[in-house]
Design a binder for this molecule. Structure first.
Ligand SMILES: Nc1nc2c(ncn2[C@@H]2O[C@H](COP(=O)(O)OP(=O)(O)OP(=O)(O)O)[C@@H](O)[C@H]2O)c(=O)[nH]1
Ligand SMILES: [Mg+2]
Length: 350
């Protein structure tokens, strides 16, 4: 769910890479990570099993500078494609602003593609969202395969809505940024339609740092162009009168939504120390739902990655937290929220 921080003049949007197992979602995110200038990205966090399959999700924060007079922050997530991880997919999907569907061009993967698209539609519908009116782009991935299914055939199977689609090779990065740019344009259009994006004033003299390798058509200059050309929107108003949740707060159990929101607010304001401090306090409160014992034991009981929890603490103790530390602390907090939900904690009486 997008958040707008008027004080910090920032918009944050959540984009999810969806699709069947092994279609190339994590690979796509890695290519985006490599393409974005280091100063504009956070740490790429992946959480694979030993076989490199995504267990919870991968996460990459990216900053697109200068969208009108606002900064755009993107939180990019991948879901685990394997069929039995649907509970995690639903959680990751919560509060998303757009989906990039990564389809596999392998002939043997067409049933899985179709089922995954149906699964996306179903999971969004459960959240009261119709896929027909939701920002969606499709990557037909693995186009390098000698026996890749013809695009027309994949389009007939997966793109009845006629959304923007792209032939991609995530392995080499071909087409990946084009799909991403289309996604960002759709998300911004949608935020404008929902009157979430506040008015923007073009600043002709503002620098336009490059996100993509081809400096002529950088990601943010295209985004900026889109914003400048669009009609001036109404003043910002949260959708449906409710304050918007960020990507981590959207995963939080009710009791921890507020502190998670505060942590995200600190992050958006660039107060990374405040963000890390709040994340660790929230982590401690969340771990306590597993019963009174050591942090290590609580983490073990919840099935949390102990090394990540330890890293979050070690990083906070080093002091002078930076954007990577803050992103990591938010990531660990998101892991905790997913685990708490899976464990059914806190129970209603807590
Ligand atoms: N030939 C080819 N292989 C690819 C391409 N993209 C990804 N792969 C390979 O496909 C396999 C799965 O890629 P991942 O990115 O891990 O797939 P995923 O969609 O994240 O899979 P899950 O996390 O299990 O849902 C890996 O061996 C990749 O190297 C591509 O464009 N072409
Ligand atoms: Mg993956």
């Amino acid at each position: 769910m997008s958040t707008v921080n008027v004080m910090a003049r920032e918009i944050a949007a959540k984009i999810v890479f969806y699709g069947p197992g092994l279609s190339g979602k994590t690979t796509t995110l890695k290519r985006i990570y490599e393409t974005v200038k280091p100063s504009l990205r956070g740490e790429l966090m992946t959480l694979p099993t030993e076989a490199d399959r995504t267990l919870f999700f991968d996460f990459l924060p990216v900053r697109v500078e200068r969208v009108g007079d606002y900064a755009l922050r993107l939180a990019l997530y991948t879901v685990p494609g394997q069929v039995f991880y649907n509970a995690t997919r639903k959680l990751v999907l919560q509060g998303s602003d757009g989906v990039v569907f990564v389809a596999d061009s392998n002939p043997g993967a067409q049933d899985a593609n179709r089922e995954s698209m149906a699964n996306l539609e179903e999971n969004l519908a459960e959240q009261g969202i119709a896929l027909d009116s939701f920002p969606l782009v499709i990557q037909f991935n693995k186009r390098d395969l000698g026996n890749a299914v013809p695009v027309a055939q994949m389009r007939a199977l997966l793109n009845k809505r006629n959304v923007p689609d792209f032939e991609t090779i995530a392995m080499s990065g071909d087409g990946v940024l084009d799909a991403m740019k289309a996604m960002i344009r759709l998300v911004i259009k949608d935020l404008r339609a929902r009157k979430i994006v506040p008015p923007s004033k073009p600043r002709p003299s503002a620098p336009t740092p490059s996100l993509s390798k081809d400096s002529g058509a950088s990601l943010e200059s295209q985004v900026q162009e889109h914003l400048v050309q669009a009609p001036a929107p109404e003043p910002a108003a949260p959708p449906h009168g409710k304050p918007a949740l960020g990507p981590v707060a959207a995963l939080a159990p009710a009791a921890l939504i507020d502190p998670a929101r505060v942590a995200e607010m600190y992050f958006a304001q660039g107060d990374f120390e405040g963000c890390v401090r709040t994340c660790l306090e929230t982590l401690q409160r969340g771990l306590a739902f597993a019963g009174e014992s050591s942090i290590a034991h609580q983490s073990f009981l919840l099935g949390l990655n102990g090394r990540d929890v330890l890293d979050a603490y070690t990083r906070s103790q080093r002091g002078a937290s930076n954007i990577d530390d803050a992103s990591f602390a938010l990531f660990v907090l998101a892991q905790l929220f997913v685990r708490l939900t899976q464990a059914g904690l806190p129970s209603p009486e807590q």
